[in-house]
Design a protein around this ligand. Structure first.
Ligand code: AHG
Ligand code: MN
Ligand code: MN
Length: 299
């Protein structure tokens, strides 16, 4: 068992401490902010708030040299030499924020890289996500494996009403179930290329549809029940929708550490060489055999 990396632990402490604040702020931030992010997508007030809180918390961690966010054009310098003792942290502050209005699950995605960004997923030293579901959980993957924690605010009796946050490990060795049960495929069916459509028709006959519109929630179902999640290449968007640095890479790292596989349709997601931190990539992730069948289907 490798000793936990103190900087990685401090990053996920900061993410866990911020999660209840983000969750508590969501009811008042279900409206569009009126701005677009670097990916050209409209940003919700909740996205901006989560980005602000997480940016402050993560850049304050000793050992974090650079910070990248879905909501910010360029990397934020956090004062460390990335790759030479300091890490670069990439986040999706609020994944699935279109679920805010419909009150469905959403989350926060975190990748901790040991190289300046943009970098490949092979430079990840840890990754994780917070899931704002009926309860708040955090999945963390590092060299020693994958664990699931419950994140709770604790009221402590001091006079300023300050409240601590507790992290309780509920699954110390999270593994992808061998037998696949669920699938979730994003995008509109008419926009799927023919080869993916043929593959999807096979999977529909074998598994149960579970698609909630937030990658974190949909991937968490795959990690819980076994199966496959995809946001595929689309006819008019051959790079798909998800961003490599702060969506696909961290999810691929987590699922592969849990015994699964992740592909862009041709190669392991973690080997995809990005040009920019907002590069998009098709993502097919989960059960190894199903991912292999997908790569053959797209051949
Ligand atoms: P984000 O809210 O960070 O932009 O991410 C949304 C992504 C991802 O969470 C999800 O898998 C996908 O968008 C859903 O896209 P569709 O609405 O096209 O299904
Ligand atoms: Mn997202
Ligand atoms: Mn987002």
């Amino acid at each position: 068992m490798t000793d936990p990396d103190p900087v990685v632990e401090a990053v996920f402490d900061a993410v866990a401490a911020t999660a209840p604040e983000i969750r508590a702020a969501l009811p008042g931030r279900r409206v569009e902010s009126g701005t677009d992010n670097p990916s050209g997508e409209s940003v919700m007030a909740g996205d901006l708030y989560a980005d602000e809180l997480l940016g402050d918390a993560i850049t304050a961690v000793d050992g974090v040299g650079s910070f990248v966010s879905e909501e910010r054009e360029a990397a934020v310098d956090a004062g460390g030499a990335v790759g030479d003792g300091a890490y670069a942290v990439a986040i999706d502050p609020l994944d699935g924020s279109s679920n805010l209005r419909s009150n469905n699950a959403m989350g926060t995605v975190v990748g901790v890289y040991d190289a300046p960004l943009p970098a490949t997923g092979r430079d990840l030293v840890a990754a994780g996500y917070v899931l704002y579901g009926p309860i708040t959980t955090m999945v963390v993957a590092d060299e020693s494996g994958v664990r699931e924690e419950v994140i709770e605010r604790e009221s402590i009796g001091d006079d300023d009403g300050g409240r601590a946050v507790s992290r309780s490990v509920v699954e110390a060795d999270l593994r992808l179930p061998e037998d696949p049960l669920v699938y979730g495929f994003g995008g509109r069916v008419p926009d799927w290329p023919d080869d993916f459509t043929a593959y999807a028709r096979e999977i529909e006959d074998e598994l149960k549809l579970r698609y909630g519109g937030a990658m974190v929630g949909d991937v968490n179902q795959v990690l819980t029940y076994g199966g496959i999640f995809a946001y595929p290449a689309l006819v008019d968007a051959p790079d798909g929708k998800l961003r490599l640095s702060f969506e696909a890479n961290p999810i691929a790292y987590i699922v592969e550490k849990a015994g699964g596989a992740a592909s862009n349709g041709e190669i392991d997601i973690l080997d995809v060489e990005p040009e920019g931190v907002h590069d998009r990539v098709p993502l097919y992730v989960g059960n190894g055999e199903l991912v292999e069948r997908l790569e053959t289907a797209l051949d």
